[in-house]
Write a protein of this length. Structure first.
Length: 212
């Protein structure tokens, strides 16, 4: 389960990158939180509306019925494929979420230590997602898949990671082709994993200090 990620890009950066060869509108606002982004935080997404790409801010996660309903901030690709309700959302409301890292927690003894996971060859990558509108507010959910061999040592799920060109194709292609993009990255992908010092709790810091 991906419950934290990092995005050190801005709407302005994304607009300059995409506008080189696509029609794009930047309606985003400054996203002040860049590390340790959590569900219910505001995040930048890119979506395709009537053939035009739009950069906007959405809330990460949504509830369909009241405060006691579960917060859906991750959506399994297997569920999207299997259930018509979710596949219809995927067909109409796909988005990509820019990121510079995501976090997973590795079990060590009786404590979990957050790991910052980034791509060595792509400082910025894109996480596949879906979005919905509830009470005139847009909400997004990351799409997750089974992990590749390296991430499997830490967790049994991971977000769907796309490079820039695959991410744009994910938005512009048909739903079947987009689903084909939602698979674990190759085991050969160069991934950097390090302790996420920026989000360590005091208890985690104490554990690591005593471990040295």
């Amino acid at each position: 389960m991906c419950s934290r990620f990092e995005n050190k890009t801005t709407g302005e950066f994304l607009f300059k990158k995409i506008s080189r060869d696509r029609k794009v509108t930047d309606n985003s606002i400054i996203n002040s939180k860049q590390t340790g982004i959590s569900p219910n935080d505001e995040i930048i997404i890119i979506k395709n509306q009537s053939g035009e790409l739009k950069i906007t801010n959405n809330i990460w996660g949504f509830r369909f019925s009241g405060e006691n309903a579960p917060l859906i901030f991750n959506s399994r690709i297997e569920t999207i494929i299997a259930k018509k309700y979710w596949s219809d959302i995927f067909k109409k409301n796909r988005c990509i979420i820019p990121a510079t890292a995501f976090y997973e927690w590795k079990q060590e003894d009786k404590i979990k230590i957050p790991q910052r996971i980034s791509l060595i060859e792509n400082e910025v990558f894109y996480i596949a997602g879906i979005y919905v509108k509830i009470n005139d507010i847009c909400h997004a959910s990351l799409i997750t898949t089974s992990p590749n061999a390296l991430i499997a040592r830490i967790h049994n799920r991971m977000p769907v990671i796309l490079d820039y060109f695959t991410a744009i194709n994910f938005l512009e292609t048909d739903a079947k082709t987009a689903m084909d993009h939602c698979k674990p990255p190759d085991d050969e992908m160069k991934i950097n994993i390090e302790i996420a010092g920026e989000i360590l709790t005091e208890r985690q810091k104490e554990y690591l200090k005593n471990k040295q």
